[in-house]
Design a protein around this ligand. Structure first.
Ligand code: FAD
Length: 333
């Protein structure tokens, strides 16, 4: 009998894991509470504009992930981004990821996730609420559908630690404790639209003073349209201190800081609050697997806190599960 595996979370970690398992012949079902895949590799879309408001770019230091990115490039869903980059404010002059290539999804950040999800059995708009391990396997319930009829031989959670912890508390307290140790911080994002291109001397900048941490001209990324669109991210410290503020108050503060950098006021703005943006510090477990209970965890928070680490975490969890089930096909892609 082919084991049935449930994966919760269709971000890059859950997609990486599910694809690996499905390619090896396992029977997989992937659940996500959102309308589509991608998680924090996300893009907001309006009538005539779009803007990546989560992950901004990703690196590919690891050869296996670089090979995966090469496949995405060949499929036309990722490309190099070479912005005019500045470092502004404060004493820090070294740019993060210096010397490393920066990749983005094309024509938007969600594209690699959608590419991976193509052909995977994704049950969208399904918010998993409880996990129960019974004599005939794992039983799941969701907010939208109640108790699901299918029983699973293993369950893998690919969700941020604070969302994994309450699901794990009863059925897997050891893993719940691990998730409880990961501290995830929020981030405010502000998307700006302009009628004409700005005349700033940079397309993207790390900002080391004031409320901002990062600003980027979204339409300087490959494959975007002509609409002049900028993304501002507040620093983690500022975001955490202002996480309950109104979007209007946040927009006013971040716009003032952007105007100080030489930008004009925008024609329109949209604010987005990320409750769980990054993990500080990210754990270095890579993934977690309980062979007795047949439940596992993957995600960026277990492996460096970035897109690349999330993808690797999903791969490693798939390998551990296949090893534990003595399932053939446990080789690198
Ligand atoms: P996620 O992408 O969060 O996926 C988890 C999925 O689980 C989501 O789709 C969610 O809907 C789903 N889910 C949660 N709970 C449930 C439930 N109960 N039932 C069903 N589904 C559920 N990384 C970089 O490499 N470079 C960057 O420049 C960068 N900048 C960032 C900026 C911001 C503002 C943010 C928010 C993140 C940034 N990151 C960056 C981090 C990067 O986005 C993440 O590391 C990566 O996308 C995490 O992938 P994941 O699969 O682990 O989690």
């Amino acid at each position: 009998n082919t084991p049935k595996i449930a994966i919760v979370g269709a971000g890059i970690a859950g997609l990486s894991c599910t694809k690996r398992l499905k390619d090896a012949g396992l029977d997989t079902v992937l659940f996500d509470k959102s309308r589509g895949p991608a998680g924090r590799m996300s893009t907001r879309r309006g009538d005539d504009w779009q803007c990546d408001h989560g992950a901004q770019y990703f690196t590919a230091r690891d050869p296996a992930f670089r090979a995966e990115v090469a496949r995405w490039q060949a499929a036309g869903v990722a490309d190099l981004w070479q912005p005019r980059l500045a470092i502004l404010g404060g004493a820090e002059t070294r740019e993060p990821d210096q010397g490393h290539e920066r990749f983005v999804g094309v024509p938007r950040m969600t594209a690699p996730a959608r590419h991976l999800a193509d052909g995977l059995p994704l049950s969208a708009q399904t918010t998993i609420q409880t996990l129960h391990c019974g004599p005939d396997g794992w039983c799941l319930s969701s907010i939208e559908q109640g108790v699901l009829a299918t029983r699973f031989d293993a369950i893998l959670l690919a969700v941020p630690a604070p969302q994994a912890e309450p699901l794990l508390r009863v059925p897997a307290p050891r893993l719940a404790a691990l998730a409880g140790r990961a501290v995830m911080r929020g981030s405010w994002a502000l998307m700006l639209r302009y009628d004409a291109p700005l005349t700033l001397a940079f397309d993207a900048a790390f900002v080391n003073a004031g409320p901002l941490r990062w600003v980027a001209r979204d339409n300087s990324k490959p494959g975007r349209g002509p609409q002049e669109t900028w993304l501002l991210h507040a620093s983690a410290t500022w975001s955490e201190a202002h996480i309950e503020d109104s979007p209007e108050a946040v927009a006013a503060a971040l716009l003032q800081a952007f105007i100080k950098l030489g930008a004009p006021a925008p024609q329109a703005w949209t604010a987005h609050r990320w409750r769980y943006a990054d993990t500080e510090p990210a754990l270095d477990n890579v993934c977690a697997w309980d062979a007795d209970l047949r439940i596992g965890l993957c995600g960026d928070w277990l492996n460096g806190g970035k897109v690349e680490g999330a993808w690797q975490s999903g791969q490693r969890l798939a390998e551990q599960l296949m090893q534990s089930l003595a399932w053939p096909g446990n080789t690198s892609p």
